[in-house]
Design a protein around this ligand. Structure first.
Ligand SMILES: O=C(O)CCC(=O)C(=O)O
Ligand SMILES: [Fe+2]
Length: 400
């Protein structure tokens, strides 16, 4: 089973010769002390043959030509060096996953690591396989260092809880934006139309999300991460639970793990709209490279490499297997709490044990195409004549 590392400390400074990693934050585990330090702000530079492309990806320049041209104005610099102010670095960091997935070759100078603000957050696990409480987070100071620290903590723990943070709408939006570009929701309304990224979830008019799921997998680009801010909740009941889908996959036999690599699954939104998407059954986390089972009861419908009864039997097994309590953590909410989680490698569900009102705000980080753990292994769809008489489900006809 894939257990979390007990203590992961991201150094505040990076080896200047290391590959691209401008991470400036630091994460302290299980420690009582915390501090936020601010080093002097400064320009930073990114060097390398793909630096102009990085500037484009980071939204700093419109095209590689423009970026290259911009840098050549400074005669002291290598023509392929881009100088960024600290605020531009923050934008670059937000897109950093994109940069990695493009496979760009460039190096962010050491200067970047120690001249941008450094934030130290404290992280305390709350369960064996996922979930940690974050302390020392100041919502008004979510800079590049904090964003990097949170990303690291999210990679390690998959779901983070910040008790009593109680951010404003803008604060929640900015905390979410530190993790990536924010989306709007296909069905749910924003709290304030001026801030469309933050939607309202009120149990008085929103169905309870009490089926294990991860959000919007019926979309081609399902969310990467989500944030919830509890505004009002009963004193007990209505907890939310999360499941570690890495651990679920790792718990299966090697033969089953191997078989699942060859499968995809069709997801749909159950008739709310016409959304449908096909994703790998086992996806690779783009940062950690670990495998996670990527099906769930709410939107995963059909495995097209199998006949319908085979698909139904396998999905039924996987849904039951993944919903075991041992893979989960549980959060008992108080007003003001914030939870943020990696949607790619977790499931979540509300415990439906109260009818008391729960009022939440939510922000969602846009996703990309879920990558298969072993793309070369995913098989073709199984095509066969539509129907066959069978005793498989008793008498009558069943579509094979
Ligand atoms: O209400 C909750 O605790 C969770 C709701 C949910 O499923 C979501 O925000 O994606
Ligand atoms: Fe959800």
């Amino acid at each position: 089973m894939l257990a979390r590392k007990a203590a992961d400390v991201v150094p505040a400074t990076q080896d200047p010769t290391s590959p691209v990693n401008p991470i400036a934050g630091s994460v302290r585990e299980n420690s009582r002390s915390h501090a936020a330090r601010t080093a002097p702000r400064s320009d930073v530079s990114i060097q390398g043959e793909d630096a102009p492309a990085l500037a484009v990806v980071a939204g700093i320049a419109a095209s590689p030509d423009v970026a290259t041209h911009a840098t050549t104005n400074d005669t002291n610099l290598d023509p392929r060096t881009i100088r960024l102010s600290s605020s531009l670095l923050i934008r670059a960091l937000k897109r950093f996953r994109l940069v990695e997935s493009f496979g760009l070759r460039c190096r962010v100078n050491r200067l970047t690591a120690w001249r941008c603000p450094v934030a130290e957050i404290e992280v305390e696990p709350i369960a064996g396989l996922l979930g940690a409480v974050v302390k020392g987070l100041d919502p008004s100071r979510v800079d590049a260092g904090v964003a990097a620290s949170l990303s690291q903590a999210l990679s390690d723990h998959h779901v983070l809880f910040v008790p009593g943070l109680d951010p404003t709408l803008v604060g929640l939006r900015d905390l979410g934006a530190a993790l990536g570009e924010l989306d709007t929701h296909p069905f749910l309304s924003p709290v304030d139309p001026a801030i469309p990224e933050v939607i309202a979830l009120d149990s008085s008019d929103t169905p309870k999300a009490d089926v294990w799921h991860t959000d919007a997998t019926f979309k081609q680009h399902p969310p990467v991460a989500a944030l919830l801010h509890m505004v009002d909740c009963p004193p007990f009941g209505g907890d939310t639970m999360w499941i570690n889908c890495h651990a679920v996959y790792e718990s299966l036999s090697p033969a089953m793990q191997d078989f699942l690599l060859s499968l995809s699954c069709i997801h749909d939104d159950g008739g709310q709209g016409s959304h449908t998407a096909e994703h790998p059954v086992v996806r690779r986390h783009p940062q950690t490279g670990h495998a996670a089972l990527y099906v769930h009861k709410q939107f995963s419908r059909r495995i097209p490499q199998l006949s319908r009864p085979e698909s139904q039997a396998l999905l039924t097994f996987l849904f039951r297997w993944q919903e075991q309590v041992k893979f989960s953590c549980r959060w008992r909410w108080s007003p003001g709490d914030v939870a943020l989680w990696d949607e790619r490698v977790t499931l979540h569900a509300v415990v439906d044990d109260t009818d008391d009102r729960r009022v939440l705000r939510r922000a969602t980080v846009i996703g990309d195409d879920p990558a298969a753990f072993a793309p070369e292994r995913v098989g073709d769809h199984y095509v066969t004549s539509k129907t066959a008489s069978s005793g498989f489900y008793g008498t009558g006809r069943y579509e094979f």
